[in-house]
Design a protein around this ligand. Structure first.
Ligand code: KE4
Length: 425
């Protein structure tokens, strides 16, 4: 699997970084392999340090919707660097990207730029709590909103009790205000509101779940969430870190025509650079410091180089909306080949240019059905794809990302390799 240089680098890196990586999924532990170390990437391809080339369907977990090292984005970033890397002061570019984001997603009347999806989700929840003066939030089992303490929870015994931490180092008290419901199960949400309705500040949801693998919302699920939060004067937070600018130019809120109160953005908004944002109704965002009493700050927030990458990326997406039809069509091609190859032994879920193949005969509609997947089969599938030059997520519970840089040839080659895996599994 991993070539010699990757092995040496992995050995060395494990001395200095936990698991030799800077984010757990990159360690390939779920697929029982040592990770390949990447040297460079261009378009739809990534190249490891041993000279192997792969068609990339991880796309850095989503930012790479235009493909890697898109020339206009790179040129703009290079030019921005010449003017300085960071000022810690307001710049015109922050206004420009805020305006652009609002054009894509009109629900975002006001926003704050931060550096990661974790920071954006954490801050969005703090703003919701500050605005409503309520403490509790509802999240969904299997959805991920970054690694802030209050969100690293698993359902308590019986979903109506308090949640328990799902990570060492998170004190019990940090999760007591986080309630857990079941994705696509509005009854589980209704029960929590019956119990604690007037204490619930917000519901945070991935409008398309993509962190248990891809699980699209059931018909009317998002609309019902919108209605129940309105009914209880709670806020609806769409975590569009993955879906934002991907499902449609205006993300899931355009794709499903739902208006959230707050939106969390990351990945594509920064075009691959460390940039994220949270924003929404002006009356809510006005609680954020220095205007209001909700404190949130950041040395590199709105960093001019990262914002430049985001501006260029959004400009390209705004001027080339045919991209969305292309990437959805290519995703559908891959899904059809998977379904024809594996038949009823898998469930393939797709939403726009997001897709996951679950090695289970069950229809995957939530966390409980997602975890029926045969992760050992997925690991074999992953290894076969990697050996044949196709780089997919090293975990069953992630998404496959298709970019505008994937050519017809890339898709055909990938389809052929998927067909061959049938003999394997
Ligand atoms: P970051 O802090 O990783 O920028 O964003 C956290 C986050 C928030 N919301 C959603 C819906 C997300 O998917 C993420 C992060 N996604 C993972 C992939 N499932 C990032 C990859 C990783 O953790 O290494």
């Amino acid at each position: 699997m991993a070539g010699r240089k990757s092995e040496v680098l992995f050995g060395n890196s494990q001395e200095l970084m936990p698991g030799g990586v800077n984010s757990p999924v990159r360690a390939f532990r779920a697929v029982h392999q040592n990770p390949v170390f990447i040297e460079k990437a261009k378009g739809s391809k990534i190249y490891d340090v041993d000279g192997n080339v792969y068609i990339d369907y991880v796309c850095s977990w989503g930012p790479g919707i235009l493909g890697h090292a898109e020339e206009h984005v790179v040129d703009a970033v290079k030019a921005a660097c010449e003017n300085g890397l960071t000022f810690g002061a307001p710049t015109e570019k922050e206004y420009i990207i805020a305006k652009l984001v609002q054009e894509f997603m009109p629900s975002i009347e006001m926003l704050r730029l931060v550096n990661s999806g974790t920071e954006a989700a954490m801050s969005a929840i703090r703003a919701a709590r500050g605005f409503t003066e309520r403490d509790k939030i509802i999240k969904f089992r299997g959805c991920y909103h970054g690694h802030s303490d209050g969100l690293l929870v698993k359902a308590g015994s019986g979903a109506l009790t308090q949640s328990v931490p799902d990570s060492l180092g998170v004190p019990q008290g940090y999760t007591e205000s986080t309630l857990v419901a079941e994705y696509n199960d509005i009854t589980s949400v209704e029960k929590l509101f019956e119990e604690s309705g007037n204490e619930i500040a917000a519901v945070i949801v991935e409008p398309v779940a993509a962190n248990m693998g891809v699980v699209p919302p059931a018909r009317d699920f998002l609309n019902k969430l919108r209605n129940i939060t309105n009914k209880h004067n709670s806020l609806l937070i769409f975590d569009e870190v993955i879906t934002g600018f991907r499902l449609a130019p205006g993300g899931a809120q355009e794709y499903y025509d739902i208006v959230p109160d707050i939106t969390v953005l990351g990945k594509i908004v920064g075009g691959g650079m460390p940039l994220a944002a949270y924003g929404g109704r002006k009356d809510i965002m006005e609680v954020v410091a220095p205007l209001g009493g909700v404190y949130q700050a950041g040395t590199l927030s709105g960093n001019p180089v990262a914002v430049t990458a985001g501006i260029e990326t959004l400009k390209i997406l705004g001027k080339n909306k045919e991209i969305y039809n292309k990437i959805e069509k290519n995703t559908t091609k891959l899904r059809n080949v998977m379904e024809n190859t594996f038949g009823n032994s898998v469930c393939v879920n797709q939403a726009g240019s997001l897709m996951s193949v679950f090695f289970t005969c069950q229809k995957v509609i939530d966390y409980s059905t997602a975890v029926t997947s045969d992760t050992e089969k997925y690991a074999k599938y992953f290894c076969y794809m990697l050996e044949n030059g196709v780089y997919i997520a090293p975990s069953q519970f992630e998404a496959m990302f298709i970019s505008a840089a994937h050519t017809d040839e890339d898709i055909e080659i990938t389809c052929d390799i998927i067909r061959k895996t049938a003999e394997l599994l």
